[in-house]
Structures are given as structure tokens and as C-alpha cells.
Design a protein around this ligand. Sequence first.
Ligand SMILES: [Zn+2]
Length: 307
Amino acid sequence: MRAIGVDIGGTKLAIGSVGHSGQLRDFELTPLPTKHYDRLIAHITARIAELTDGSANRPAVGIAMAAWLSPDRGDVVSAVSLGWERRQLRQDLARSTGLHTVLHNDANAAAWGEYVLAGAPSEGAFVMLTLGTDVGGGVICDGRLITGASGLAGELGHLQVDSTGPACVCGRRGCLAVYASGKAILAGAVERGRAAGLDTSAWTGPDVAARANAGDTAVLTVIDDAARAIALACGQLACVIDPHTVVLGGGASAIGDVLLDAVRKAVARIEPIGPVHPRPHISLARAGNRAGVLGAAELAVQPQPGL
Ligand SMILES: [Zn+2]
């Protein structure tokens, strides 16, 4: 066993290990047993002890979580969904497990997981967008995860695609997340369905995916709007890092090929930048809800985990 990955979500906890083959093993996804900080640390420590019982070596531990982290990725500055503020998570878990521990934003970790599955290309820029409740992201350049001077790198959901657009939770307007998060796509589909006289009160993400795949034109319009926003964001990314690959993950990626085709068509319409037409390869994520655990585990054994 080389490493253990732990993905702490707002309602779920995922854990697994990575051996020398690179395969994710012992994957387990359960409801989050508690939001109480000390009790959750004790629970994770016990699970790690179970996984390492009988193991000859001492694996590293990678933690992924949806939170604002300190720039050195040692502390959780704020995890709204758990009600945590200023917690020294990396230090506390390293102390309780006695194992080398790293901490990363969950979307960054998921991006690293998808990057590993894509063969970890050592050159160029690889980007992942997680289309979940919000839009997260991760940027890997020349084999290194970019985390930024203040830990903000990869917050691609807040690339502004329309300065006059709807208000975003971040305080700005017209961010990518306002159009392309799973939450935004569901809200847009519900609004259009209601306008068409449908009972939308019980619609969920899977309903929207099913409607899109059945050719519901109202839902497809919402997906086209999301795809256009993603393409505009890709155009901006091209000016900064010119990615060769953009992977779409998160809950909304379950819409599947309908979303993929819409984004590919929208990306093909990106305005040229000078004489250059940026054309990143767009693909769907492969690891699903395992990406965060895989990426966190793999980041834990990186000699230099990020910049
Ligand atoms: Zn925003």
C-alpha cells in the first residue's frame, strides 16, 4: 500500500487505498458519520488504522475536502457545509495517525485523479471542471498541480463569462458557476419546465439528465447555455494556460454525451485569439465519485505536491 485517500464531503465520506499498481482499492463511500471535528478525526483515524493493519509499510495519507484552505494547504480556513472554521486538519490527522499527510481542495484532488487516469501527461496543461453544486476545478501544468499564491488557483467556477449576468454566491456577476453548475442546470430546467406548464416540483438532477437524453428541447436549451459558458471559460483559459485537455466531471457530467457534444460544439465556436483557434480536447470524467480519493492518495506520494 502506497497511499490512502480520504474525501470529506458535506454529507458523505469516501476512503480508499492505492497500491504500487496504481489501482484504487478498498474504496468505500458512506454517509458522513458526524460533522463534529474531533469525532470525525477519530473516525477517520480508526478507518486508516483498519486499512493499514498488517501492512508492512507506512502509507502516506491524502485528504480531499470541499473547503477554503490556507495557502500552505495545512489548515481548513472555512468549510461551510461542515460548519468548520480555522481547523489544523493536516497537523491533527498526521498526529493522530502518525502518517505523512497532505490536504487538498476536493476539486483539485479530483482533477489529479483524472489526470493520473489520463496517463499523467508530463507536458502541457490539463484542466478539470467539476459541475456539482458549485463549479470547482483543477489545473495541472507540466505535471504539477497549480494551487496559487493564495490557494485560489483552480477556482474556475468563478471565471466571469458575462459581467452583466446573474449574481453569483462569490459576490460577482455572471460567473461560470451561475450557468454550468449542476444546481444551475437543474434550476434552469425547472424554470423552463414550469413555464411550459409541467409539474417540476420533484425534479432532480437525474430527471434533467433523463429529459436531456430524451431530447426535451427546453432542457437542451439550458444545457446549451451551460455549454456556451464552459466554452467562454475555455477561451479565457486558453489565454492563460492553453490547456490541451478539459475534463468535465461532477454530478452534471452524468448528463453524458448530450452535454459533451454541446460543449464540443460550443468550443468549436470559440472566437479565434489572433490567428489561433483554441481547441482543447473535451472529455467526460472517468472516475466518478472515486476521483477525489484517487487524486488525494496520489498527491500524498508526490515529491512536490503542487506549487
Ligand atoms: Zn462567482
